[in-house]
Design a protein around this ligand. Sequence first.
Ligand code: SAH
Length: 339
Amino acid sequence: MINLLDLDKQQMKAMFPDRPYRGSQVFSWVFGKAVPSIGDMTNLSKALREELSKEYTISYPERLKVQVSNDGTEKHAYRLHDGLVIESVLMPEKSHWSLCVSSQAGCAMGCAFCYTATMGFHRNLEVSEIVSQVLHLQRAYPDRQIRNIVFMGMGEPLLNYGNVVKAIGILTDPEGPQFSKRRITVSTCGIVPGLKTLHQDTEAALAVSLNAPTDEVRQRLMPVTKKYPLAVLMDALRSFGLPNRRRVTIEYVLVRGVNDSIRDARELIRILHGLKVKVNLIPFNPWPGCALEAPDPGAVSAFEDVLKDSPYAVMVRKEKGRDILAACGQLAGSTDSGG
Ligand code: SAH
């Protein structure tokens, strides 16, 4: 059986070589209206629906559980067809919601500050498994407007490049869920080849987890630095070429005594020279068994102050859902979540 949620519009049109418009109709049922079954596609004849059902299906991951933080943040867990568990985080904003989605089950990058790293890498998510994290919540909560989607959940999105690009294409399609391309952000630890082509392939916004101003410190926190040293990463960012007023986001997790000094802040300004970026500071969120520590609030504001004196806009990311391990870097798909 082929899951229709894995197919893009081109592939759906190819299902009906003589009547490609049927492919568009199926696309808008599957992704625009998010119907749960082929039987619901009422502008297709009954005979055609039966014919399609022999080969195709619409299959969502199993919903495991929801945890709600005392700040309103929700962590939604799903079990995939092979038993793996993934998580998405839904965050309330003033008038809408932001959704943080996963792109892989586990992660191979091994960042020292990230809980997901401790589960190791299992596999890339299929297109259906990415898109259904969004569609499922839209269907479950029709009154909530999900406006922003960030690929900041489990996994490194640029190492699942093809499926992430396909998923963004579907999510932004006018006949699909119609998300704005500017309101989808892909966050990467700095996978240079994917970073170079992301904008031309998706027009999505880019966030880069920089987290340290020198290769030496960065290597301690992020082993990927060996493969793509800062000089190479910054060069790639220099040629990223965003349209006029858009900025790349630089994420910087502040870890006590590792990368949170005034000197680090100054060094950061130096390496950002010439880039059109805004800086997002994220105080480290602790998780069970991690030896790293959250920064002193004083160190956070001192770091912020240094950056305020630079050409770059800076903000401290408000931590959300920390009590339910739903904050940045706290997702690990705990399998004891049955029911
Ligand atoms: N692999 C992608 C997306 C997942 S991580 C990436 O590296 O960007 C999303 C963001 O959370 C990254 O900016 C990362 O630096 C940050 N992060 C990870 N663990 C964290 C933790 N324990 N506390 C605070 N931020 C963390």
